[in-house]
Write a protein that binds this ligand. Sequence first.
Ligand SMILES: Cc1cc2nc3c(=O)[nH]c(=O)nc-3n(C[C@H](O)[C@H](O)[C@H](O)COP(=O)(O)OP(=O)(O)OC[C@H]3O[C@@H](n4cnc5c(N)ncnc54)[C@H](O)[C@@H]3O)c2cc1C
Length: 318
Amino acid sequence: MNDTLFDVLVVGGGPGGLQAALTLGRARKRVLVADGGPRRNAVAGHLNNFVSRDGIAPADFRREARAQLAKYPNVVLRDAGVEAITGSRGDFRAGDVRARRVLLATGMIDQPPAIEGLAPLWGHSVFQCPYCHGWDFRGRRWGYLAPEVSAAHIAMFVLQLRGWSDEVTLFTNVMSDEVRQKLTAAKVQIESADVKRLIAQRSGATYGAPRSGEALGEGQQLEAVELAGGKRVAVDALFMHPPQVQVPLVRSLGLALDDEGFVKVDPMMRETSVPGIYAAGDLTTRLQAAVIAAAAGMQAAAVINAELTGELATTGAL
Ligand SMILES: Cc1cc2nc3c(=O)[nH]c(=O)nc-3n(C[C@H](O)[C@H](O)[C@H](O)COP(=O)(O)OP(=O)(O)OC[C@H]3O[C@@H](n4cnc5c(N)ncnc54)[C@H](O)[C@@H]3O)c2cc1C
């Protein structure tokens, strides 16, 4: 494989990269998928809200996708991280790999706040996305942790949580009077003291609502949020949006980022600020879900394929 010129190097083997590889593979492009960095949803027991895949374990999702890709001899999967990319459009290099185009699907790295007790609960009863795990905790006691909430944040995010639960508590330090009035009208409880630690139930608990009847592991079910001063608020499911950073490879490439740190892409073409390098999935947007990453992966793959095939056909390289 050394020094083979691939049509596309896909960096990242999550839903975005795997879908892109499938689309490119079926378009007869020679593709290398390199996967070997941190995995955002690795701790979660289930990947929900992906039609036909609802409830699948994230590891099974990847295994099945890889098994399907194995049918395409022009798609190569490598379990290895890409540390650096050099070169330019038409001839990029990553270690011993050469590729005409690069698609980044590297996801993001979550940076959860340093709250005692958070780590073992993350992905089990503390989540980032109610569309992913809300149903399973419907009707139970919910919390949302945000250091600061604006009116727009309330309108677009916090109020919708009431659709899943009658008992929602917002843990926040900063808000305007207007925001407080809206929350009070929506019967959202407000706790403004700092969160000191999260307390897990001692014994294993049933995962979410009775849908699955599955047991959560020891210490994976949240019982209460403890505030500075010692007050404990009973909460079964806590949501938060931790800050995120790009993986080191993306940081090294000097791509233009937006104000929130996501890679800027042309919305139609999905090309980054560096010609020949494209991006799809979580690293480009706050709208983060597996099906959205997969859709963006297909979009990027189709754009790359159309553009590259045109170039190869008109230069006699096909
Ligand atoms: C706890 C948790 C639970 C979630 N549950 C759900 C859910 O139920 N439903 C849902 O739709 N979404 C869920 N999500 C969100 C979902 O996981 C992401 O939106 C989705 O995985 C994004 O896909 P992606 O392909 O963009 O990135 P990822 O899935 O993060 O994949 C990126 C891949 O790139 C690899 N990588 C990174 N850097 C390099 C490098 N330098 N070289 C090679 N490989 C590299 C990583 O190893 C990783 O495999 C959850 C997220 C979290 C954190």
